[in-house]
Design a protein around this ligand. Structure first.
Ligand code: XMP
Length: 326
């Protein structure tokens, strides 16, 4: 009989057997998969695990705190936080091409993680118990998809922690590789992973960096972060989180339009709401969010985010539109 409790017991046993006394490393992204994988390994081998969280500055409001505080509190993991915000901003300065952005973010991520991994190996490892394993939150559909070779998945270069250099020779532990997403969520709840993380909607590795159309800078990130937080808050308040697959909010940073507020003319930026309904992100339809919810989001964003004077709705299915704009 499938119960999350049985699954946890089985996987914990398997991880213990696989790892023995070795030390293990995990890159935490704040997403469901890496969080549940980390919590599972933590349950299995406790203090032998160190998690690394790279704050690249492209996160949404509250996300770093959820990992740094709530997740650590709930699971007790040993967490190394790397503040790489300046470094990512510097690397992205002036870059507008979507694939170039993705490539830069992916490369920087690997470099920062690599350095953190070396530091952990140095600080936490010892001769007898070297850091030998890297946890990955690979799910069953990922296993199937990557076996499928080329296809729709390669339209954009997706970024996960892969491609680590040869001198960091880790073997992979993929404790979730037999599970589907809904099973991972049940396992996460069983392990006490905070609900905000367990029920988190998909969020791309390159984060807000690919939701600013135009060059990424700190000011634009701050604008988008506020608009995004409002949209998420209202969708949650309306009880739509589980009906909607995700709702990217996109800042058209190089576009301006004329507006009016009070007696004054404004010349601000539009943001796009991109709510989608989907089963697996391979295809999607635009989600029919009730008009009153859209109205509230629009009013709040234009009232509360000074630089934004227009909110528009993306009503394109996938295909032809992808879910993200870049
Ligand atoms: P697209 O835009 O290709 O997105 O329709 C499909 C799904 O994948 C997410 N996405 C990513 N996830 N790294 C990720 O981990 C990425 O580079 C990436 N790019 C897109 C997107 O949010 C959607 O759920």
């Amino acid at each position: 009989e499938w119960t999350p409790g049985h699954v946890v017991d089985d996987l914990v046993g398997a991880i213990r057997e696989q790892v023995g006394e070795d030390r293990v490393l995990c890159a935490l992204s704040g997403g469901v998969d890496s969080s549940v994988a980390a919590a599972l390994v933590q349950k299995a081998i406790g203090a032998q695990l160190t998690c690394v969280f790279v704050d690249h500055g492209l996160l949404r409001e509250g996300e770093a705190e959820q990992v740094e505080q709530d997740f650590v509190e709930a699971t007790g993991v040993d967490l190394v936080i790397v503040d790489a915000r300046e470094r990512f901003l510097a690397a992205l300065a002036g870059v507008t091409d979507p694939e170039t952005k993705r490539k830069i973010i992916g490369e920087q991520f690997i470099r920062v993680f690599e350095q953190a991994a070396r530091d952990v190996v140095h600080d936490r490892g010892d001769e007898e118990h070297p850091v030998k394993w890297l946890v990955q939150g690979t799910l069953y559909p990922d296993v199937v998809e990557s076996g499928g070779g080329e296809g729709a998945a390669n339209i954009k270069s997706h970024h996960n922690v892969g491609g680590l250099p040869d001198d960091l020779q880790f073997s992979l532990i993929e404790p979730l590789r037999t599970l589907f997403k809904d099973e991972v969520r049940q396992v996460g709840l069983e392990l006490g992973v905070p609900e905000v993380i367990v029920w988190r909607q998909p969020f791309p590795g390159p984060g807000l960096g690919i939701r600013i159309i135009g060059a990424v800078d700190a000011e634009r990130l701050a604008i988008l972060r506020r608009a995004d937080a409002i949209a998420r808050e209202e969708l949650t308040r309306a009880g739509l989180d589980r009906d909607i697959w995700q709702c990217p909010v996109v800042l058209l940073a190089d576009v301006r339009s004329v507006g009016v507020q009070g007696d004054g003319r404004t010349y601000g930026h539009p943001v796009v709401l991109r709510p989608v309904a989907s089963e697996d992100a391979m295809t999607a339809d635009w989600a029919r969010v009730p008009y009153d919810v859209l109205a509230t989001i629009s009013t709040r964003i234009t009232n509360e985010v000074e630089e934004v004077n227009r909110v528009v709705l993306d009503v394109t299915s996938k295909p032809p539109g992808t879910i993200e704009w870049e």
